[in-house]
Ligand binder design. Structure first.
Ligand code: ZN
Ligand code: FE
Length: 260
């Protein structure tokens, strides 16, 4: 099983998995990019996995289905280009011989889901993979367009509980700007400093910074660390009245929204 990041728009990645001539893509916002990759590698598109309804994740679905006849899977309760095999937390979908477990991760949108596979067949590695759409980014998390801070915190907690070697396939290359904010939150986090230098070097040669891993994110992502003393101390500078877990998380997310 191979994975490929197909860059789309200004900072999206359409993740493609392929094995033995068959492929699946996650959140294809743009059909042209996918069709070009399929043609170049002589792959047949078998399935599309959708995490949420935003156009930069679904814009290519209709055209890809028309050309390839692939099956489309997506969240149970969002408006999507029909027909879609509807999925919600705890259900499984098998594609390319791999079984993906669905995790409900509301917050960015009300019905956002993520796909977790414990181990990809014939991948030469035991590590699992996670397609998390716009819920978890390297160094950050999605904006709260439809859900509450409490929902997003619970969603991120569910992802953080996955095995630490799980590869995290996010949909956007937001890493460097996220890390700039993370550094403002945790200026003394040496793991964060090292990771930022590593990612800066990758971006300097236009390489992508993904996939990340759950273990890496637990060390550097302030949104997975909102209960840590260092993060709480910084949040209190911005929001002195924060006291509950959710209030700290909400204040951190609001801080990021206005961070320059
Ligand atoms: Zn989105
Ligand atoms: Fe997006």
């Amino acid at each position: 099983m191979n994975w490929t990041a197909l860059p789309a728009f200004s900072d999206n990645y359409i993740w493609m998995l392929d094995v033995q001539g068959l492929a699946l893509v996650v959140d294809p916002g743009d059909a042209e990019v996918v069709l070009a990759a399929l043609a170049e590698r002589q792959l047949t598109l078998q399935a599309i996995l959708l995490t949420h309804h935003h156009a930069d994740h679904t814009g290519g679905v209709a055209a890809l289905r028309q050309v390839t006849g692939c099956t489309v899977y997506g969240p149970a309760f969002e408006v999507l280009p029909e027909p879609v095999q509807r999925l919600s937390g705890g259900q499984c979908v098998t594609a390319l011989g791999a079984e993906f477990e669905v995790i409900d991760v509301p917050g960015h949108t009300a019905g956002h889901i993520a796909y977790y596979c414990k181990s990809l067949p014939a991948n030469g590695s035991a590590a699992g993979v996670l397609f998390c759409g716009d819920t978890l980014f390297s160094g950050g998390c999605g904006r709260l367009f439809e859900g509450t801070p409490a929902q997003m915190l619970a969603s991120l907690d569910a992802l953080a509980a996955l095995p630490s070697d799980t590869r995290v396939f996010c949909t956007h290359e937001y890493t460097l700007s996220n890390l700039r904010f993370a550094r403002a939150v945790e200026p003394d986090n040496t793991d964060l400093q090292a990771y930022e230098a590593h990612c800066q070097a990758l971006r300097a040669r236009l390489a992508n910074t993904l996939p990340s891993s759950i273990g890496q994110e637990l060390k550097i992502n302030p949104f997975l660390r909102s209960r840590s003393p260092a993060v709480r101390q910084s949040v209190l500078q911005i929001k002195p009245q924060a006291s509950s877990e959710v209030e700290y998380f909400a204040a951190l997310r609001e801080w990021k929204n206005t961070f320059q």
